[in-house]
Design a protein around this ligand. Sequence first.
Ligand SMILES: Nc1ncnc2c1ncn2[C@@H]1O[C@H](COP(=O)(O)OP(=O)(O)OP(=O)(O)O)[C@@H](O)[C@H]1O
Length: 259
Amino acid sequence: MDGTRRAVVVDRVTKQFTLRHARSIKNMTVRALRRERLRDTFTALDDVSITITVGEAVALVGVNGSGKSTLLKIISGVMPPDEGSVRVRGRVAGLIEVGAGLHPDLTGRENVFLNGAILGMDRAETLRKFDAIVEFADIGRFLDQPVRFYSSGMFMRLAFSIAVHTDPDVFLIDEVLAVGDPLFRRKCIERLHEYRESGRTMVIVAHDAALLRRLCTRGVFLEAGGVLWDGDIDTAADLLLKKREERRRAQPPAAEASR
Ligand SMILES: Nc1ncnc2c1ncn2[C@@H]1O[C@H](COP(=O)(O)OP(=O)(O)OP(=O)(O)O)[C@@H](O)[C@H]1O
């Protein structure tokens, strides 16, 4: 592949978390006396390599806990890998956690400037796009209220609107489309289609297989931190439905309500 066309290169990335079993000194002492382990390490990503070409729309799929969000955080740069490396070309905007990057004590207006700057826009660019951001977010008279008074839908609309208006080369989206009202969700999806049509790169984590089939061209299926499938989106989405069903059947009836 021509190196200049690479938007994201994830090269042999491994990430482990330490799980501490004892939080208090008392608990720690009891566990130590019982010769129980005080901590364990958990491998969330295990030697993952993915190369994404400019213009691809890639879905990261897998059942709960398979490592999707961890991978997206590592691609965005908010979390470093333990081993391996990640290279991203161009401006990255991430909606990694709903509202992340919005400061609760600042108003919507102030957050447009702050978050815009964090995502790489200078003041002139933010000023130029300000009306479009506010109009898309549809926060109306709440614009000059601190965002901690916003509903979760409004929070999400503002965060999405700022991120999408930075015109990122690589747009990272985690589960945000699950929040908010259906009308705004449709507006976001339309916007993401336009974004994709304009030839930019998108990496998205979502649980909605039908949505991912419509938005993405490629699916990377993660299982227990490893890549089980990397190819067309339909196979990845089918795999997701199959694995989810397998998991549901393996669970006792009381736990079936969760995914
Ligand atoms: N900061 C952390 N400390 C300890 N364990 C963590 C941490 N972050 C994630 N994990 C664990 O790593 C595993 C992968 O988590 P991750 O959030 O990446 O999965 P996911 O596929 O996005 O799951 P979901 O679909 O539920 O969002 C999970 O078992 C999770 O509990």
